[in-house]
Design a protein around this ligand. Structure first.
Ligand code: XLS
Ligand code: MG
Length: 344
């Protein structure tokens, strides 16, 4: 079996110019100009946060939000682009700094649920049924601040609210163990998949795996993908790279460990990822000091590296691999893979 690959990214992957520790290093690119760049970079899909699509949504009525999203759908059509998913960006709102669905304050939790319903409205208007939940602040800085049982139940109830709100919507949970919180409640993809079981319709709850998030949990991204594929739950990916256990770096795919990247491409390809319309998302950030004019290369090169690794993976001789595995000659298999990569 082989996969079918088309690529997406979010407008946040073309970054504002400010280095958090220093002066502006490049100028910001307006949203509409970003849309015009997608095709040139080889991408057909756009991933959205709700307020990427409708920036002033907190000040608009539900009907106004839908009207703005419908206007954006026309712009996407003009550019020949497809919306892959919409995600509620709740971690910036003052009401959700201690979490949305797991906030200890009932009014704040209600805001989180209402906001998520608006996210679903935006998704529908943009022509997608996919909602991503990166549960950024659903966790704690100190364990005593929340009850973990209640918090888990509240995330389950939020999922149920989304599924009940729209009968076609599908939720992809994006796990991450830390940052911005010290610990989150959905740290790995096993946790994400288990959350679906707390709802009345687990078939509409899947997941999105981000390379860096798996690495921050000290796990193998390709094995995380394999686990989700075996459960038929891998509905999107955020490929990137990460240099050890630190903040979420979102480096160019394969930049730190090309072999680890090869194994992600390989598991996706060998298990038909994309054949049901899944997208390959590249959640990569420009390097902090990269100047204007050179600040799109992380996207183009991440895609190129994926395709180059795909060629290498497909050139590997499966019979030879099977024979080396049967002989338990893992050192020879190691050499075979490394040699292919160094030649490729
Ligand atoms: C975090 C993600 C995030 C989601 C959507 O790593 O990039 O923005 O994918 O909320
Ligand atoms: Mg991500």
């Amino acid at each position: 079996m082989q996969g079918t690959f088309r690529f997406s990214f979010g407008p946040w992957n073309i970054h504002e110019g400010a280095d958090p520790f220093g002066p502006e290093v490049r100028s910001s690119i307006p949203f509409n100009e970003k849309l015009a760049l997608y095709k040139k970079l080889g991408f057909d899909g756009v991933q959205f946060h709700d307020d990427d699509a409708v920036p002033a949504m907190n000040d608009l009525t539900p009907a106004q939000i839908i009207a703005e999203a419908e206007a954006l759908k026309k712009t996407l059509d003009d550019h020949g682009l497809t919306a892959e998913f919409v995600a509620p960006r709740m971690w910036f709102d003052p009401r959700t700094i201690d979490g949305g669905y797991t906030n200890n304050c009932a009014k704040c939790r209600q805001y989180a649920l209402d906001r998520t319903k608006r996210t679903v409205d935006i998704a529908k208007a943009l022509g997608t049924e996919n909602i991503v939940l990166w549960l950024a602040r659903e966790g704690t800085y100190i364990r005593e601040a929340k009850d973990p049982v209640l918090a888990t139940e509240r995330i389950g109830e939020a999922l149920q609210t989304i599924l009940d709100y729209d009968k076609d919507v599908r939720v992809m949970i994006e796990s991450k163990p830390n940052e911005p919180m010290d610990h989150t409640y959905i740290p790995t993809i096993g946790h994400a998949i288990a959350m679906g079981l707390m709802t009345s319709d687990p078939s509409r709850v899947g997941c999105l795996i981000e390379t860096a998030h798996a690495l921050l949990a000290n796990l193998s991204p390709s094995d995380e993908m394999g686990f989700a594929l075996a459960h038929k739950k891998l509905w999107s990916v955020h490929l990137n790279d990460q240099n050890g256990l630190k903040f979420d770096q979102d480096l160019t795919f394969g930049a730190v460990d090309p072999r680890r990247a090869l194994n992600q491409v390989r598991v996706l390809d060998q298990h038909g990822f994309g054949n049901n319309g899944e997208w390959v998302g590249l959640d990569v950030k420009v390097m902090r000091t990269q100047k204007s004019g050179a600040d799109l290369k992380h996207l183009a090169y991440s895609r190129k590296i994926f395709l180059r690794l795909l060629e290498i993976s497909r050139s590997l001789n499966d019979d030879m691999i099977a024979q080396l595995v049967a002989e338990r000659d893992y050192e020879e298999l190691n050499w075979y893979i490394l040699d292919a990569m160094l030649k490729g």
